[in-house]
Design a protein around this ligand. Structure first.
Ligand code: SF4
Ligand code: ZN
Length: 334
């Protein structure tokens, strides 16, 4: 459709911006999209000159746009960052092997070096083998615990001092909803941080967990898809073959429904989460952190979750470390 663009005021083909409904031409959309991410990076002091930043790259839309934007903004605003793509190969035949081919191409297109690290190298197991062992119910719990640690280990191996992931506003709002529905306020607080890790007060633990930032915390998924589409960025869009009909999936559907009625709902939920974080005291109740006695990774227990899960896998006790711990019942005051 040809209308007056709300940005440049010129009559030209325009699109309705998902975040606020403004009619923008493509050039103005690029401009607001890129400058909002730059503002998030500078307002929250996500980087310092000289940082060596690992970009968690899966080949999907979020991380592909993240790699493109990090390169673009680093060059445009002279952040002075050294960038590297870091991909984790979970060992999922027909999914990750194909998406990694996309990352290989991104490496050439964006001129950013790439390191691929596999679960098999790190843990001796592929997700294909793990699913054969644990089934399709708890696979994502195992995968999530392993990936988190794998990204940290990979980035540390490369000598990086920061890690960025493509978590977007929809992901953050879904997490708020999920934890709200579970009554887990502590988790809401923790999930709102735009940078996590690397802040341990106990100095000897600092090296164990890299600061991990989310430059897309306020960026709508729909806008990431539009940007990738208009810029003709190459990404992989097939879903993991082991993706379950998870609780997150229900939260996502609910979020999409309310977004259709009120587009600002995603940002409103994030704002609520941020206010909760500012006003809450739940952080004081976080367990103290120490080093895992087996692998040295940061953990609230003597043995970290990844090592506990591995022990279960290696000893034919597949539910070890992944069965839900029972939360204390809530005391109802009379
Ligand atoms: Fe891993 Fe589950 Fe994601 Fe597949 S859907 S990559 S198994 S976390
Ligand atoms: Zn461990």
């Amino acid at each position: 459709m040809t209308v007056i663009c709300a940005g440049c005021k010129v009559e030209r083909p325009a699109m309705k911006r998902p975040k606020d409904g403004r009619l923008l031409c493509r050039e103005c959309f690029y401009q607001v999209f890129e400058s909002e991410i730059h503002a998030t990076i500078t307002d929250h002091h996500l980087f310092e000159r000289g940082d060596y930043v690992a970009i968690g790259a899966s080949g999907g839309k979020d991380s592909t746009v993240l790699a493109y934007i990090m390169k673009l903004l680093n060059d445009r605003h002279d952040y002075g960052l050294k960038l590297v793509l870091l991909s984790i190969d979970e060992g999922i035949t027909g999914y990750r092997d194909d998406s990694l081919k996309t990352v290989e191409r991104n490496k050439i297109q964006y001129g950013i070096p790439l390191k691929v690290l596999s679960y098999h190298e790190l843990y001796g197991w592929t997700m294909d083998d793990i699913v054969r062992k644990v089934g399709l119910k708890n696979n994502c719990t195992v995968c999530g615990v392993f990936r988190r640690q794998a990204l940290d280990r990979g980035a540390t191996l490369l000598g990086c001092n920061k890690l960025v992931t493509g978590h977007n506003a929809d992901d953050v709002a879904e997490t708020v909803l999920m934890n709200l529905l579970r009554g887990d306020v502590n988790r809401i607080e923790r999930s709102m941080d735009i940078t996590t890790g690397g802040q341990s007060e106990e100095n000897d633990l600092n090296e164990l967990t890299l600061p991990r930032a989310k430059p897309f915390k306020y960026i709508y998924e729909k806008e990431i898809v539009l940007y990738a589409h208009f810029k003709k960025l190459e990404y992989f869009c097939t879903e993991c073959i082991y993706a379950p009909n998870s609780y997150r999936g229900h939260a996502r559907e609910f979020l999409k429904d309310i977004e259709a009625i009120r587009p600002s709902a995603i940002l409103d939920i994030i704002r609520s989460g941020d206010s909760l974080q500012l006003g809450g005291k739940a952080k004081n109740k976080l367990p103290s952190q120490k080093k895992c006695t087996r692998c040295g990774y940061i953990s609230s227990q003597d043995v970290c979750k990844a090592c506990t899960i591995l022990e279960g896998l290696n000893n034919d006790i597949p539910r070890l470390g992944i069965s839900k711990s029972r939360r204390k019942p809530i005391k109802i005051q009379s």
